[in-house]
Design a protein around this ligand. Sequence first.
Ligand SMILES: Cc1cc2nc3c(=O)[nH]c(=O)nc-3n(C[C@H](O)[C@H](O)[C@H](O)COP(=O)(O)O)c2cc1C
Length: 343
Amino acid sequence: MTLQALLGVELPVIQAPMAGAHVSALAIAAGQAGGLGSLPCAMLGTSAIRREIGAIRAAMPSRPFNLNFFCHRPPVADAAREAAWRSVLAPYYREFGLDISSAPALPARYPFDATSAELVEELRPEVVSFHYGLPDEPLLQRVRATGAHVLSSATTVEEALWLERQGVAAVIAQGLEAGGHRGHFLREDLTLHSGTFALVPQLVRALRTPVIAAGGIADRAGVEAALRLGAAMVQVGTAYLCCPETTTTPLLRRTLMSDAARHTALTRLITGRPARGIVNRLMREVDDASAPEFPLATAAIAPLRAAAEARGSLDFSPIWCGQNASGCRERPAGELTRELAGV
Ligand SMILES: Cc1cc2nc3c(=O)[nH]c(=O)nc-3n(C[C@H](O)[C@H](O)[C@H](O)COP(=O)(O)O)c2cc1C
C-alpha cells in the first residue's frame, strides 16, 4: 500500500505543521484540497487544541489530519546561564525603555506528555507527527494504540534508522534548507545535516519505511523532483506562510515576500534550539552561544520582540523561513496544495 493510501489522502502533499504561524484554518484548507492538513500543538494549551480539532472535524468530518507535537526533554533551569543571557540582552532592553526584571519566565513551548496522550486518545487524529524524535515508549504506545499513523523528522541517516526501529509509518527527511526548527534528536552537531537532495536518496536507500521529503520544496517542479528521488510524499512549510489561512502578520508576510527572504540562517537565539529564519538584527549582533537551553531563551526575547514589532520592526522576532521562499504568495492554501500536486 502506498503511504498516501495508508494516510487516506488524494495528493502527495503534507502541509507542514508550523507552530505560531497557523491553527486549524490552514489544516482545513489543505485537507479539503486533498492534501494532509496539520495542526501544530507546541504552542497551544489543551483547550485550544480541543477547540481547533473541533473546527477541523466540523469542516471535514471524513478527512484525515495530522496532529503535531514537539517531544523535547523539559529543560533544567540554570540560573547562572539565564542571568548571563539577560545581561547580553540588557542593552536592548535599555534601548526600548523596558525593565528586564519584568521579563516572563515561561518556556512557552510544550512537549508531548500524559495530557497530550489523553487528548490523542480522546480526539483520535488519523496521523500524529513528532519533532525532536519520539516520546518515551509508554506514551508512544498510547498513541499507537489509538491506531494513529506515527511520523517523525530525521535530519541524518542515523536518526532515520532509529525512527524505523521504533516502527514509525514514515520518516520525514528534513533537509537543511527547511524553515523553522531543525528536528535533530540524536546529536547536536549541525555539520551532520545535509540538504534535501542529498538526504532523501540516502534515506530511501537505507530504509524500508516510506520517506517524506521536507525542505526547500515550493512548487510543482520541486515536488516532482522529490518524488523522483524516491520520496513517497512531500511536506511543505514555508510556501504556505503567506496564505490567508495562516495567522502571520502583514509585516511578516511582506518580509517573507521581499528580497530579505534570500538570506536565511540557523540560529539558537530565539528559542535555544537551532532554527532557520530570515537574518535580522538580533541574529547579526548577538552571539548564538549565549542563548540558554530550549525553550528557555524565548522568555527574555518576548518583550523585546513585542516592543520592536510595535514599532513595525522584526529585529527581535522569529522570522522562520526556509531557504526557498519563492512559493510565498498571498493565495488560498487549497490552490497552493493543488498546484504543488499538479492537479
Ligand atoms: C514557521 C515554521 C514553523 C514550523 N513549526 C514546526 C512545528 O511546529 N512542528 C514541526 O514538526 N515542524 C515545524 N516546522 C518545520 C516543518 O515541519 C518543515 O520541516 C519545513 O517547513 C520544511 O521546509 P520548508 O519550510 O522549506 O518547506 C516549521 C517550519 C516553519 C517554516
